[in-house]
Structures are given as structure tokens and as C-alpha cells.
Write a protein of this length. Structure first.
Length: 183
């Protein structure tokens, strides 16, 4: 089963496409939770603008999958099953992991905050019972914008930064990660 994704579609998607994709992702997550009865990692990447599946987002996604797999292996946690999907609405990964969900989420937050591309990853962790563990449950503030210190949701909602500036920042982070011996 290939885990690393190539050949992005580079097509703009609509809000309706994104909402439908989110519903399908949530249904897939629920199926996996029932099937594996273990905590579940749902992994996606930041993708501002109308094109969610590009060579940039695929590269960032593939770095994340590699980092997640290495981290899980180093932690001694067993991956029961894994799946990566290259979708027009953005790459998605699922990993059913035999581990304690709180420990998974704490480590996921650590990756999001400290890995070279972590700010571009969205690592959701669900308990085996299907409860989504949030950053706020760990007394952490919302994630910050890529370009300023404001809450990222506020900048996105207000379209505070240009798409070009956001994509340039993402490219710069990817270039730095590609040059890093620990990437």
C-alpha cells in the first residue's frame, strides 16, 4: 500500500466540495474507530486558497507521514492500519494506533509545534470511543498564523494575508525542511 502521494491534481475546489469531503472524512473516521477500536490519528495539511491538492501540499503531507511513522515507531506504538488518500480536496491520512490517546495527542502537539513543517500539519487524535482531543483540553491557545502572531482562524476568516504570501511562507518552510538533516 503506497503511503507517499504523488501526482497532485492542482484543481480548484469549491466550498461545497470541501464540506462534502469533510463529511466523508468524518464517516471514514467513524468506520475506522469501529473497525480497529483503538485511538485514531487523522492527518491533513494546511492548504490556503482554492487549490488544496498541489505538489507543495503533497510534499508537506509526505514529510508529515514520514515524521508520524518514525515518531510512532520510535515510541514503540503499533500502527494497526494506515491509509493515505490523495484527494482533490487535499491529502488525508488515517492511522489506527495501539496507544493511549492522551499520549498520542500530547506528542502530536509537540510535532505540530516543533517539527520544521509542524505548523503546516493538522494532526487530529480521537480516543477509541471517538472523542476528538483538542489543544484546549491541554490548556493550549489556538494555533498562530503563519505570518503573524494572531489566531490563525481570525487571519483566515478576515483574509488578512494574501494567498501569495501564505504560499511563499509554506514554500520557505518546505525548503528549510528539505535542507534540514532531521527533516
Amino acid at each position: 500500500m503506497p503511503l507517499y502521494l504523488t501526482s497532485a491534481c492542482n484543481s480548484a475546489v469549491s466550498l461545497a466540495d470541501l464540506l462534502a469531503s469533510r463529511d466523508v472524512r468524518q464517516a471514514r473516521q467513524q468506520l475506522w474507530l469501529k473497525k480497529y477500536a483503538t485511538p485514531l490519528i487523522s492527518f491533513t495539511t494546511l492548504a490556503p486558497g482554492p487549490v488544496k491538492d498541489s505538489s507543495l501540499t503533497r510534499s508537506i503531507f509526505n514529510h508529515g507521514v514520514r515524521t508520524l511513522r518514525d515518531w510512532l515507531e520510535d515510541s514503540g506504538w503499533e500502527i494497526k492500519n494506515q491509509l493515505c488518500l490523495g484527494l482533490p480536496t487535499g491529502a488525508e491520512g488515517l492511522l489506527a494506533v495501539d496507544a493511549q490517546a492522551q499520549a498520542l495527542k500530547a506528542a502530536a502537539i509537540e510535532l505540530e509545534q516543533h517539527a520544521p513543517l509542524g505548523r503546516l500539519w493538522d494532526i487530529d487524535v480521537f480516543t477509541a470511543q471517538g472523542k476528538l482531543l483538542s489543544r484546549s483540553a491541554f490548556s493550549l491557545p489556538p494555533r498562530r498564523c503563519l505570518l503573524c502572531e494572531q489566531d490563525a482562524r481570525i487571519c483566515a476568516r478576515e483574509r488578512k494575508h494574501s494567498l501569495a504570501d501564505l504560499l511563499n511562507r509554506m514554500e520557505a518552510l518546505l525548503d528549510a525542511a528539505d535542507c534540514s538533516p532531521h527533516a
